[in-house]
Design a protein around this ligand. Structure first.
Ligand code: NAI
Ligand code: MG
Length: 499
């Protein structure tokens, strides 16, 4: 890693208000307008750094660079060369993991101990994509035309990819876009969230150090309307890979119609968890708790609607409340912290307004339901892990994605009824089931309308296993061989081989 990287990393730690440039065409640049924007540390409320505030003209530069790079030196990278490059990048992630994760802790609040524990998963993704780079094969297909024709398919990179990501897992989200782009031979413009642009900028430094050719990976900072929207509408972008809210996903989809670009959408959720009376409660309580509260509930897959069989409902809710109260909430840089702040003052307000709506609609707070402000917590955006009982399916907080540490419990009498209620949502990202009965587990998994169903566990993700939503949670898979297909075109070639 270059000295400037080390200096900037240290700078990030010690100098409030430090400016970071963005990465276009292999150069570290400011926005053309010269404007910048701030990013805040949500644990302290202090300005952490400034980054360029891009607009359409900056996006144009990046797209032009990515287009040129697509047919430049990069096009000559054979599959094995792309594989070696991804393996080098994975090694650099290992080397710089502590700095990268510290960036996220400072920029979006994720507890450092938790962030650091993710290393194997993130570097594993890069190594998994490296493995796929040499397997992107077409097929030879027998056809039934009269005469003699040879028909086969080729897999070709889709081209210039625009990737727009949120703030809740900036490192993993970046890797889930850059990894398949590099494996397939695409080029990419990554637009991080305005709330957490710093680790994606560090990842750009890793790209530079790894020797990724100029223009192949670009990181353009800016807000959604000024930088994200022009990228989504750009005529020379072939595909948008988006992770974020369903509302923004819909606007990206509309913008994509202009040049009929490919789109993959990893959108919101309102994931149900069903706990049956025969569940192992010692396992279920902490797993449901972390399903709801990990990353302060700011995960698309957060379990937020809890259906508990009536005979164990009261006991379960009480134990979940105890679990919630015991979680250590604080500044993510403290190694003992289990739950950090929510990302911004705006997000805290949003979570609190859902809590208020729940209370005013008659739900009972078993734990939390308030901002934490004691001592140094008062300067940051800390929310107490919250368990509601006496909730109903039609309450606002039970229907809408909150993106905060809030779970609403409701009793059920019959499993079929629980599944029906679990499915009564426009979302379909994930679901959880806790039962010790294997037949019931399978039947429930089959009946749930969700892209991922976890049984007696939650949050299990692996680079080789596809992940992605049903219904209004989006389409397209990340992870698994399905993922690289999203970055590939299938070309068919016919040859008349008759004499
Ligand atoms: P968002 O979906 O608006 O932002 C995600 C990304 O899209 C950011 O990089 C943003 O700059 C960009 N963006 C915003 N508007 C855009 C547009 N018109 N065209 C192109 N790009 C655009 O989410 P935001 O504002 O960060 O959070 C708002 C709410 O969205 C949260 O409270 C949460 O409920 C939900 N959310 C859900 C996520 C999920 O994975 N399910 C992730 C992030 C947010
Ligand atoms: Mg920030």
């Amino acid at each position: 890693m270059t000295t400037s990287f080390e200096t900037q990393t240290t700078g990030l730690l010690t100098l409030d208000g430090r400016h970071q440039k963005m990465y276009i065409d292999g150069q570290w640049v400011d926005s053309i307008s010269g404007e910048s924007m701030t990013t805040v540390n949500p644990a302290t409320g202090a300005i952490l750094a400034t980054v360029p505030r891009s607009a359409a003209a900056d996006v144009n530069l990046a797209v032009t660079a990515a287009r040129r790079a697509f047919s430049g030196e990069w096009a000559g990278f054979r599959p094995a060369a792309r594989q070696r490059l991804l393996l080098t990048i994975a090694d650099l992630f290992d080397d710089h993991w502590d700095e990268l994760t510290l960036c996220d802790t400072l920029d979006m609040g994720k507890p450092l101990t938790r962030a650091r524990a993710d290393r194997g998963r993130v570097t594993g993704m890069l190594r998994y994509y490296a493995g796929l780079a040499t397997t992107l094969d077409g097929r030879t297909i027998s056809n039934s035309l009269p005469g003699e024709f040879h028909s086969f398919t080729r897999k070709e990179p889709v081209g210039v990819v625009g990737a727009i990501i949120p703030w809740n897992a900036p490192i993993a989200a970046s890797v889930w876009k850059i990894g398949p782009a590099l494996a397939t031979g695409c080029t990419i413009i990554l637009k991080p969230s305005e709330e957490a642009p710093l680790s994606p900028l560090m990842i750009a430094r890793i790209m530079e150090e790894a020797g990724v050719p100029a223009g192949v990976v670009n990181v353009v900072t800016g807000n959604g309307v000024e930088a994200g929207a022009p990228l989504a509408a750009h005529h020379d972008v072939d595909k948008i890979a988006f992770t974020g809210s369903t509302a923004t996903g819909q606007s990206i989809l509309r913008a994509s119609a202009e040049n009929v670009k490919r789109v993959s959408l990893e959108l919101g959720g309102k994931s149900p968890i069903i706990v049956c009376a025969d569940a192992d409660l010692d396992k279920a309580v902490p797993r449901v708790g972390l399903a709801a509260f990990a990353n302060s509930g700011q995960i698309c897959i957060a379990g937020s609607r809890l259906f508990v069989e009536r005979s164990i409902h009261d006991e379960f809710v009480e134990r979940l409340g105890d679990f919630a109260r015991k979680l250590r909430v604080g500044d993510g840089t403290d190694p003992d912290t289990e739950i950090g702040p929510v990302v911004s003052a705006r997000q805290l307000e949003k979570v609190l307004s859902y809590v208020d709506s729940g209370l005013s609609q008659g739900a009972r707070a078993v734990a939390g339901a308030k901002r934490l402000q004691e001592g140094s917590l008062g300067a940051g955006f800390f929310m107490a892990p919250t368990v509601f009982a006496d909730a109903h399916d039609d309450m606002k907080m039970v229907r809408e994605e909150i993106f905060g540490p809030v779970i609403s419990a409701m009793p059920f009498d019959e499993l079929g009824e629980a599944v029906h209620r679990a499915n009564s949502t426009p979302y379909g990202l994930s679901a959880g089931v806790f039962t010790e009965n294997v037949g019931k587990a399978h039947r429930t998994a089959n009946a749930l309308q969700a892209g991922t169903v976890w049984i007696n566990t939650y949050h299990a993700l692996d680079p080789a296993v596809p992940f992605g939503g049903f219904k209004m949670s989006g389409y397209g898979k990340e992870g698994g061989t399905e993922h690289v297909e999203e970055y590939l075109e299938t070309k068919t070639v016919w040859i008349d081989i008759a004499e």
